[in-house]
Design a binder for this molecule. Sequence first.
Ligand code: EPZ
Length: 514
Amino acid sequence: MATSLCYAKPLKPFSLRLPQTQNPQIPTQTTQIREAETLTITGPTQLSGHVPISGSKNSSLCLLAATLLCSNSCLLHNVPTGLSDTKAMLSILRSLGAKIEFNERNKEILVNTDGVGRVEPCLEEMRKIRGGFFVIGPLLARFGEAVVGLPGGCDIGERPVDLYVRGLRALGAAVEISYFLICGNRLCKPTISHSNTEKMAGIANFCIITSDDTGLQRDGRVLAHSANGKGLVGGSFHLDFPSVGATETLMMAASMADGVTVLSNVAKEPEVIDLARFLNDSGACVYGAGSDKLLIKGKCQLRGCECYVPPDRIEAGTFMLAAAITRSLISISPVTPSHLSCLIDKLKIAGCKITRCNNDTLEVRVSAIPENVCENLRGFNVRTSPFPGFPTDLQPPTMALLTTCSGSSIVEESVFDRRLGHVRELQKLGAKIQVCGSTALVFGRETRSALHGSQLRAADLRGGVALVLAGLVAEGTTQISGIGHIGRGYENLDTKLQFLGADIKRSIAMASQL
Ligand code: EPZ
C-alpha cells in the first residue's frame, strides 16, 4: 500500500480485489458492537504486543459524502466498514439513490452516485450521526437543492449548524430551517421556520430528537436551494469558529460553485487535508488545506477517484493512552506521529517513552522495567482546542489516565460545552474529580490501581472508551453498558484489546443491565 497514508488518483476501470489480511490475528470481519451488549473487564491488567489501527472514521464520513459530487464511481480503500457510523452514512447515500458495493473483509467501498435522484436523505439515518449533515454541501453543489434533517451524533454540547447555513448563503444558496413535531411516528404540523435567525439555526438540542413530557418530539430540516436557480456561486465567508464539519461541507459546496471562493478561519484538521486531496484528485481546485484560509476555484463537473482512507488518529491516540494507563509496552501502526504531537508531548511529560520504530509505527513504553506495573506517572494539564491543539476527542480517555497519575491535573474542554459526562462514571470507580463548568480538576493517585470495578454506562463515543481504559486498571470487575456508542467509532475494540492481553468480554445485556 502507498507510503503516503492518504492518496487519491483518477479511477481506472476496476473490480473489488480479493482481501489481503493485514494482521492474521485480528479478524478482518468486524463484529459490530450493539446497544444491547455490555463489556465486562477484569483488572488490573497489563497489555503487550502490536495493535493495528483502522481507517479514520471522521475522514471516511466526509469522503463518503464527497462521492456525491463525482459524476462517476469512487473507490475507497481502508474504510472502517465495521463502524455503525460508516453503515449509517452508506444508508444515507443509498437513500439518495447511490449504488454501493461493499467489501467488508477488504475494507473497500465502491460508490456510484450517477443514479442519485433524491435530494432528501433518510431522516432516520440522519439522526444517527453528525457527519450525515455534511451531504447538504455536495447535494446543493451538484443538484442545486437539498432537504436535510438536522444532525444527530454524540450529545456533547450545543452543536448548532449556523456556520453551515451562513456559509452556504455566502455561496448563493437560499436556506431555511423548518421545525416540526413528531408524536409517536406521526409528523405533526411544522412549529416554526427560521429563515433569518442564524444562531437558532440548528441548535442541536432544540432540533435533535428531544422528547419532552408531552411525548412530542421536536425535529427539524434544512431546506436549501441555489437562489439563482442555476447553481452555487463563488463567494467569501469567514468562520467564527474553525468548525471541522462546516469547513468540509463548504469546501465540497464551493468545489462546484461558479467562480472562486475564499473561506477564512477554517479548520486545519488532517481530515480537512484528506478531503482536499480527494477533491483535487476528482478534478477540483482546492488550495490552502491545512492552513486557516482556503481558496477554491469551482468546477462544473468532478470525476470519480480512488482513495485510501488514512489511519484513525483518535483510535491510535486511544491505544497510546491504553498503554500509558496500564503501564505497558505496546506498538501501534499505521499512525502519523505529526497528527498526535500534542498527545505525544503530554505523555512524555507524564514519563512515557515514545519511540518511532519506522515510518508509521510508534512504540509506547511506560517503564524501563516492563513488568513494573506500579510505575508512577506524573499528572499534566490539558486544554482542548482545534488542530494542531489537543484533540477534544482524546480528552475523555486522557482524563481516565490522569486519575491514575500522581499529583493533580486540570482538564479544560474548550471545544464542546458539555463533554464531561464521563466524569460521573469515572467517580463510580473511585476517581477523585471536581468539575466546574467545562473544567475538571483531577486528583491523581500514587499508584494506578486505586480504582475499583463497578457498573458503568457509556453515554457517548469517547466518554465510553474512557470507561474501558479505566476498567483495564480498576481492581476487580467493571461492567459497561450503552456500548453501542463505542461501536460508532472503534472497530473491534474488545478483540484488539484481547489480543493485547486484556481480560475483556462482550456479552448480551440482561434487560436490567440496559
Ligand atoms: C468533528 O465534529 C468530528 N466529527 C468530532 O468528532 C470532533 O470532536 C470535532 O470535529 C472537533 O474536532 C466528525 O468529523 C464527524 P465542529 P464537528 O463543527 O464537525 C461549534 C468523534 O468523537 N459550531 O468542529 O461537528 C460547535 O458547537 C466526534 O469522533 C458552531 O458553533 O465539530 C462546537 O462547539 C465527536 N456552529 C465547535 O464548533 C456550527 O455551525 C466544534 O465543532 C458548527 C460548529
